[in-house]
Design a protein around this ligand. Structure first.
Ligand code: PEP
Length: 251
């Protein structure tokens, strides 16, 4: 059966020292705690190796927030999937709306990144989601389906089975405006149906689909109670251990 996952996305926050302190605090809080989901933290690249070495890997998985669309070579400033893997990280967040919007990440680029992540035995947490104008035009289902098809539908069912999806309506990210529980469930059920049609019921049933967008301790329980919502990708609230732990405890 699919896993419930609460994954933090620190974005471009925290110096190395601050990040190490945050990771150590979370590690301490989770020590001996009964937790009913997998916990992941997505740190900046430069934190990965130190954080991965400092936390209990049986309790906290570590994620990069991106990786290159090239394997290796003369790509100044880039970080490959193999490099991410070598830090001890097990996951990589790909296709976040901020990367799509600010860094021109197209569906084709993301397709390559997913393939390289899988080749290097990283679990992609692949983000999809519509902008406000698309929802207002009632195009949200179409947009999300197209994002999945364009980057992930050339994968074999076996490889697709290694992916975690995160539905993040862009209008809800960092805005304090959460999708309603009903809106989240409606979209997650639609996504799962889309996966059934392409990869079959077993793969679809085993795919974890996280919700992201202003998820916080006050709304996590209601969101996660939905049958097709298998956890959350958490931005702002992952930067405070008390809030992140409260979201973890929503399971
Ligand atoms: C995100 O960036 O993935 C996110 C969900 O951010 P926030 O929780 O801050 O809306």
């Amino acid at each position: 059966m699919r896993k419930n996952i609460v994954a933090g996305n620190w974005k471009m926050n925290k110096t190395l020292q601050e990040g190490m302190a945050l990771a150590a605090e979370l590690n301490e809080v989770l020590k001996g705690a009964a937790v009913n989901c997998d916990v992941v933290i997505g740190t900046p690249f430069i934190h990965l190796a130190s954080v991965a070495a400092a936390v209990d890997a049986t309790k906290i998985g570590v994620a990069a927030q991106n990786c290159a669309d090239k394997e290796s070579g003369a790509y100044t400033g880039e970080i490959s999937a193999a490099m991410v893997k070598s830090t001890g990280a097990a996951y990589v967040i790909l296709g976040h709306s901020e990367r799509r919007a600010y860094y021109g990440e197209t569906a084709a680029i993301l397709k390559t990144k997913v393939e390289l992540a899988l080749k290097n035995e990283l679990t992609p947490i692949f983000c999809i989601g519509e902008v406000l104008a698309e929802r207002e035009a009632e195009k949200h289902f179409e947009v999300v389906k197209e994002q999945i098809e364009a980057s992930l539908f050339d994968l074999s069912a076996e490889d697709f089975g290694k992916i975690v999806l995160a539905y993040e309506p862009v209008w809800a990210i960092g805005t304090g405006k959460t999708a309603s529980s009903a809106q989240a469930q409606e979209m997650h059920a639609f996504i799962r149906q889309t996966l059934v049609a392409k990869f079959g019921k077993e793969v679809a049933d085993n795919t974890s689909i996280l919700y992201g967008g202003s998820c916080n301790p006050a709304n996590a329980k209601e969101l996660f109670a939905n049958p097709d919502v298998d956890g959350g990708l958490i931005g702002g609230a992952s930067l405070k251990v008390a809030d992140f732990k409260a979201i973890i405890d929503a399971f």
